[in-house]
Design a protein around this ligand. Structure first.
Ligand code: PLP
Length: 375
């Protein structure tokens, strides 16, 4: 069976192989030596030997794939990216104060997601807008040297891939080079594991799993050790990075099945060459799609070429009356979930790791055909 190509922004496509393995193990999970547990993963105690091996395998898999240095902790949490918008300021905004009082956090707004982060953090600490691309309709990225970062910032937040507007940082800002010693916090939800990460520039990174790592319900947090242990007194215990880290993400019951599924995705990524190979494939996929858009008379992408996302490609039909016909024709050819986010309109093709190159080829072929027949 060849399934349709799913261009959903999230929850998003998962590789067939991964789903097939999960299905095969649904009633009876086997360990690496083929020893039967007699249970499905959802039914296991999170503290049992079987699940501990799944947990440790997932953590080690992610650490190896993303080359996470030893002085960073990997936390498996819940609540998604939006919960981290509150959890991060509750844990980091007092970094500059030894008296656990909230300080200031600075935000670079580049689209809907960083805007939400900025707004939510203001409930817990002082916030400062260091830069915003709202004037361009969220289609540009200002050079970090132009950002106005406060001297008292406890951290600086950026969303390194704006899932809705299709704006991506192709290089992480080097805050130290700008004379800023505050840690950089990145929301990398929608491009995690699609490219390598320069951890020397990062203090904390968080990602909801449902874009590129597996099913919804798991939030991955990668945090430098010295940033742990500064939570505000109001921070819920289950969201205090220190308690989560000290208890190996098992202060409360972690999202066990989602961790298992993410572990299968990490193993699949490794079998397919790891992050470097994935990044090369993602560059090729994105180039194919943007080239087709730029070469056409019907389609357009409005994002500056230097910050176009490799993962989320929003595009418009210059004749918007054709939108419904375009989507119907796409669905008939097994090209699903191409409708753009309601706040932007038009179309959006999300081409995460699990989207094979043949899926992008099929989309590009359909776009050409549609342009020719509707002209
Ligand atoms: C999807 C997404 C989120 C929100 O994640 P939830 O799991 O819905 O809370 C946050 N940030 C980015 C960049 C996203 O793409």
């Amino acid at each position: 069976m060849r399934r349709p190509y799913n261009f959903s922004a999230g929850p998003a496509a998962i590789a067939d192989e991964v789903l097939a393995q999960a299905a095969a193990e649904m009633l009876d999970w086997h360990d690496a030596n083929g020893r039967s547990s007699g249970m499905g993963v959802m039914e296991m105690s999170h503290r049992g030997r079987e699940f501990m091996s799944i947990y440790e395998g997932a953590e080690a898999g992610l650490r190896e794939l993303l080359a996470v240095p030893d002085h960073f902790r990997i936390l498996f949490m819940q609540g998604g990216g939006l919960a981290e918008n509150a959890i991060v300021p509750m844990n980091l905004s007092a970094l500059r104060h030894r008296n656990a009082a909230p300080g200031e956090a600075d935000f670079v707004v580049t689209g809907s997601w960083s805007q939400k982060s900025h707004k939510e953090a203001a409930r817990y600490c002082t916030t400062k807008l260091a830069a915003s691309n709202a004037g361009s309709g969220h289609t540009t990225l200002a050079a970090p040297a132009t950002w106005e970062i406060g001297a008292g910032a406890s951290y600086v937040h950026v969303c390194t891939n704006e899932t809705i507007h299709g704006v991506e940082f192709h290089e992480l800002p080097n805050l130290a080079a700008l004379g800023c010693d505050a840690p950089l916090v990145i929301d990398f939800s929608s491009h995690v594991a699609s490219r390598t990460v320069d951890w020397s520039r990062v203090g904390l990174a968080f990602a909801g799993a449902q874009k590129n790592l597996g099913p919804a319900g798991l939030t991955v947090v990668v945090v430098r050790e010295d940033l742990i242990g500064h939570a505000l007194p109001i921070c819920p215990s289950a969201f205090d990075y220190k308690l989560v880290a000290d208890n190996q993400s098992m202060y409360n019951t972690p999202p066990t099945y989602a961790i298992y599924m993410a572990g299968l995705v990490f193993a699949w990524l490794k079998r397919n060459g790891g992050i470097k190979a994935m990044e090369e494939r993602n560059i090729a996929k994105a180039k194919m799609l943007y080239d087709a858009i730029d070469a056409s008379g019907l389609y357009e992408n409005r994002v500056d070429v230097n910050c176009r996302s490799r993962m989320n490609v929003p595009f418009f039909l210059k004749d918007e009356t054709l939108n419904n016909a375009f989507l119907a024709g796409a669905a008939a050819r097994g090209l699903l979930a191409l409708k753009g986010h309601k706040s932007v309109g038009g179309m959006r093709a999300s081409i995460y790791n699990a989207m094979p190159i043949t899926g992008v080829q099929a989309l590009v072929a359909y776009m050409r055909e549609f342009e020719q027949t509707s002209a």
